[in-house]
Ligand binder design. Structure first.
Ligand code: ADP
Ligand code: MG
Length: 360
């Protein structure tokens, strides 16, 4: 069905999220032992409950609202999240949600609410080739920091690491304030970002845009909404820099953009135009699978021309048409660059699909 989570397509209503990784275990009502455990844990300090594993035998029962979980088996607290439990920022780690190339995202509980905690991988583990390009034009807090980053000293590496992590949380606050649909950040402590978990209509972690089937009409609507987010970001002086169908989650109210550590400055970065066009073309190529008419649009070029002329505003209506100035631009090379970006997006998508299949 259009827009449906693929997991839900096979066997009627999908299992609640806490059951997803427990195949073969049916739901059950709480037994005496569970209730005793619940009474016992209520009087305990949070950290003890979370780290003692005392509730391990208890499983949640299916009817319970995902937003108010009472009992659930929590995973062994990963390194990096214990400090947040000790500080009372989160109460418990429910399960890992996704380990990506840059970070591992966990589903965590804070009081009655399920949230996401993003734990960034160490620099050495990250496979980011063009960090220099991304960081060009990005503001670093003080000149000592800037010099240290430049020198790649031990202190410099630490600063660079911190700048990388801070960038995402700073961008989320800034973009939320500008009305861009991004997850709401709650805290950033001990280098871990705790934010709203984007869910689908049933409260499961939301699927990514590249994982859902859409009607042509939905694809056009998502494209319109997403390009509006890109325009609003550009009006904040920011370009996502890694926008693709895999960094967009599909919530019940439409698409939500995630994953901002590589966000780039639109005015201070020489590659800004190219990155913006790549972002827009990635979205267009993905959604163009469902609505091929989108493939013949020029929104990125139109946006950039308006931005450069100082004429782009958050709600500026775009047409998708663009007349390149043929005296100044080699049209063939522009078209070639766009085709390359579209091809690259397809190749990346196929690679991700192959990796996901290999994981399954
Ligand atoms: N706020 C969120 N709500 C729900 N799922 C999320 C959220 N943030 C991240 N995820 C999940 O975790 C995955 C990895 O997060 P992301 O921020 O894209 O990091 P990476 O740099 O590892 O790609 C996402 O593809 C998504 O499935
Ligand atoms: Mg990502």
């Amino acid at each position: 069905m259009a827009g449906q989570h693929p997991a839900a397509a096979h066997s009627g209503p999908a299992a609640p999220f806490w059951q997803v990784d427990r195949p073969g275990q049916g739901s059950r009502t709480l037994g005496r032992r569970d209730l005793a455990c619940l009474r016992e844990t209520r009087g305990m300090p949070r950290a003890v409950v979370a780290s003692s594993g005392r509730c391990d035998h208890a499983r949640p029962f299916a009817r319970h609202s995902p937003r108010q979980p009472l009992l659930r088996k929590s995973v062994k607290t990963p390194q990096g999240l214990q400090a947040l439990i000790d500080d009372g920022v989160i109460d418990e780690v429910l399960r890992p949600l996704k380990s990506g190339k840059e970070a591992t995202v966990y589903m965590v509980r804070s009081g009655d609410v399920v949230r996401c905690a993003k734990v960034y991988k160490d620099m050495a583990q990250r496979s980011f080739q063009q960090r220099v390009q991304y960081q060009e034009g990005r503001k670093v807090r003080g000149s000592r920091e800037a010099r240290a980053i430049g020198r790649a000293s031990k202190y410099g590496r630490k600063q660079q690491e911190a700048a990388w992590k801070n960038t995402e949380v700073d961008a989320l606050y800034q973009l939320r304030a500008a009305g861009v649909r991004v997850p709401e950040p709650y805290s950033y402590v001990h280098g871990v970002l705790v934010m709203e978990m984007v869910t689908d209509a049933d409260g499961h972690a939301a699927p990514r845009l590249g994982e859902v089937e859409l009607t042509a009409e939905q694809a056009r609507e998502y494209h319109r909404v997403l390009l509006r987010q890109v325009v609003r970001m550009l009006c904040c002086g920011l370009i996502h820099g890694d926008l693709s169908a895999y960094n967009v989650l599909v919530g019940p109210d439409g698409p939500v953009v995630i994953d901002f550590p590589q966000v780039v400055s639109a005015s201070g970065n020489n590659a800004a135009r190219r990155l913006l066009l790549r972002d827009v073309n990635n979205l267009t190529a993905s959604l163009g699978r469902w609505a091929p008419d989108l493939l013949d649009t020029w929104y990125g070029e139109e946006m950039w021309a308006l931005f450069e002329a100082g004429a782009l505003q958050a709600e500026t209506e775009l047409t998708g048409n663009f007349e390149p100035d043929e005296t100044a631009v080699d049209l063939d090379s522009v078209r070639q660059a766009i085709n390359d970006a579209r091809e690259e997006a397809l190749i990346r998508q196929q690679g991700r699909e192959a990796a996901a299949e290999a994981d399954a």
